[in-house]
Every structure is written in structure tokens, then in C-alpha cells.
Design a protein around this ligand. Structure first.
Ligand code: FES
Length: 160
């Protein structure tokens, strides 16, 4: 079954979590974190379910989901590739690295490959400016990356 499927089981898991909360008021962000952990993303169906569970409006839930960049309404890939496009990385060629990555995977920043393996996200400074230009794959930092190394880095994760 597709890992992004919205199964009854996942909804039940989320309900069990909500049931453990002593107080539902003020718990929206915690519940959304848990929901994204279970489903991998927060499509409309999940947002509506959360709204019903916490007696909130769908607009309130959507407002929070769209405000925080951590939350996503789109399914994410198995591997998240972050390309830093902050100033230090930008002046050292981050744009070329991002382009190479986009060409290699056939998607744009913010998108996920059709096979669900990779998501590319551009970030503003990941706090490793001394290593610019920097990319991160699943949180692992690659510094002083050259355009020609991009394909090799992706390959490390292709079968994992
Ligand atoms: S600008 Fe890229 S790590 Fe700071």
C-alpha cells in the first residue's frame, strides 16, 4: 500500500493520541505535529478530522497549517534534500547546485519525485555558512559542494 494512503488505521492512531490529551484546548499544534508524523503530510481530509476532534473550525486549522513552514499539505519524499540558498551559499554557487539537483531529479524546489523518493526544499541558511555552499540530505550536512558532486550525493540515497 502507498505510504501516503489515508488509512483508517492512521486515523485511529491519531484519535488514540487525541484521547490521551487531558485538555484539548490549546493543543492544535501538538496534534498537527502528531498527525504529520503519522500521515507524513496534512491533506484537507486530515485537517478536517483534526478540526472535528478538537472542536475547531477548518479555517482555524488551515490557518495554522499554512502559517508554519514545517507543516506540509503535500506528501513528502523518503529523503528530503535541503539546498541552502542563504547569502553565503548563494555567493558560492548555491543556485547552480539547486539547478543541477532539479535537472537530475526532474522536479522543482518544493516538489517530490513521482516515485516518492526525493523532495527538494530550498532553505535560508542552515547555520553552516563556513562550509558554503551547503546541502543537507535527511539532516546530514554536505559542505563545499560542487555542482559535479550532486549526482553522486543523490545516488548515495537512491537505494536506501
Ligand atoms: S548561508 Fe548557507 S549555511 Fe548559512
Amino acid at each position: 500500500m502507498c505510504k501516503n494512503a489515508l488509512t483508517e488505521e492512521k486515523f485511529r492512531e491519531l484519535d488514540s493520541y487525541v484521547d490521551t490529551l487531558p485538555e484539548k484546548h490549546g493543543m492544535l499544534i501538538s496534534v498537527l505535529h502528531r498527525a504529520q508524523g503519522i500521515f507524513g503530510y496534512l491533506p484537507k481530509e486530515v485537517q478536517l478530522h483534526v478540526a472535528r476532534s478538537l472542536n475547531l473550525t477548518a479555517a482555524k486549522v488551515y490557518g495554522v497549517v499554512s502559517f508554519y513552514s514545517y507543516f506540509t499539505e503535500e506528501p513528502r519524499g523518503d529523503h528530503i534534500i535541503n539546498v541552502c540558498t542563504g547569502t553565503a551559499c548563494f555567493v558560492r554557487g548555491a543556485e547552480g547546485i539547486l539547478k543541477e539537483l532539479e535537472n537530475h531529479l526532474g522536479i522543482k524546489s518544493g516538489q517530490t519525485t513521482p516515485d516518492g523518493r526525493f523532495t527538494i526544499d530550498a532553505l535560508r541558511c542552515v547555520g553552516a555558512c563556513g562550509l558554503a555552499p551547503v546541502i543537507m540530505v535527511d539532516g546530514k550536512v554536505y559542505g563545499r559542494v560542487k555542482t559535479g558532486e550532486v549526482t553522486g550525493i543523490v545516488k548515495e540515497y537512491a537505494e536506501v
